[in-house]
Design a protein around this ligand. Sequence first.
Ligand SMILES: [Zn+2]
Length: 221
Amino acid sequence: MNVILFGPPGSGKGTQAKFIVDRFAIPQISTGDMLRSAVKANSPLGVMAKEIMDSGGLVSDEIVLGLVSERVTLDDCKNGFILDGFPRTIPQADSLISLLNGIGKKIDHVISLSVDNSELVVRLSGRRTCSVCGKGFHLAYEKPVKEGFCDSCNNVLVQREDDSEITVLNRLQVYENQTSSLKSYFENLGLLTTVCGSGSISDIQMQICTILDSGGAGDHT
Ligand SMILES: [Zn+2]
């Protein structure tokens, strides 16, 4: 069972991906990890990718697709895989589908975790970290005993630049721009299911199981 998982920052995508990995015993394939290991292994694609990255360029779709193609034919993918962070564009999605087609595989499900922006802003912009020991807190979900200070070492809590409200809104906009057309693309193929990511983690896990247990999209046998 081959799955693509979409979800904005703060949607719990990482948590749910891990759940799918454990529950269905399929690996999570991230393009970043693949690039790093190809470079490390000095494979032909890795050498090409390293040259491009060292010169500050972006690795081409061809290289990434080559890596995906090598990766999904490894033994641990025989029961399926979850793609993480790929595809990001419609041309990439097109190429991915024909690549998989060529090796007798297909995408079975595309799951999109959906959470209201207002909730994502609360989730992300409420994060605080101790400036000294690095312990994490959250203004809504994991408050420090003394406001603004670390429970463990009593030093000042700070907000990461990435989590400031304005940056969060910007990150969410980038996500929306990047994925809205991709989601319609997969919807048109009958592969997309949107899961509300606002409930409890176990609730969302159950919804995901129901979708994935229902077999390949399109073949309701
Ligand atoms: Zn601390």
